[in-house]
Design a protein around this ligand. Sequence first.
Ligand code: URA
Length: 237
Amino acid sequence: MRLEKYIATSGIASRRAVKKSILAGAVTVNGEFVLVPGHPIDTETDVVEFEGKRVEPLIEHIYLMLNKPAGYVTTRHDERGRLTVMDLVSDLPDTIYPVGRLDLETEGLLLFTNDGNFAYRLLHPSHEIEKTYLVWVKGVPRDDAVQRLRQGVTIPSGKTASAKVKRLKVSKDDVSTKFEVVIHEGKKRQVRLMFKAVGYSVIRLKRVQIGSLRLGNLPSGEHRFLTPAEISELMSL
Ligand code: URA
């Protein structure tokens, strides 16, 4: 976050007044004078002092879920100018960021926060949080292929751990099959590569649950704030 914004967010003074004070030499960052209002601040670790007093910004923590549509990149900025998930939450403070990622063509439950501790806990591999996906696959995978998926298969980034794989429905004329897959890892393109490893291609992929948090009937492209109970449940995983 920019230094002037960081200080203004603490309520000390307006952004304009803060900028003047920075230019006048009233501000230190980690004990060093900084005269540049746009100086980048790491909100988790930097110590900022304004006229000798420690500044603690009143950053409200935000937690929300988005039902990500296909065609949006999970990043804060895309160098290639493509649509990003940030375009779908542009009415919210720009301090939020996506927790983890879904592929460009993957849909469904994506969390956002500005709480680094929350993001860290959810993403840390040691927590092994279960993620549930609906997967539409071309054709009708054989039972032995499905069994291999359950036990773990080899994909370019390594061997996948055991997974829960449930066949939900075969479409008319055996064109496609819908599965529910639960994994507790986050290897790159994991679900797509798991099916590829047993000879089948994924035609649609949607994440519907993280831990006990369900996407429910949130419409595609819409977001909603998490409830305090949902936040504490995820924090305790
Ligand atoms: N697995 C994938 O293949 N893609 C995703 O976006 C998430 C899980």
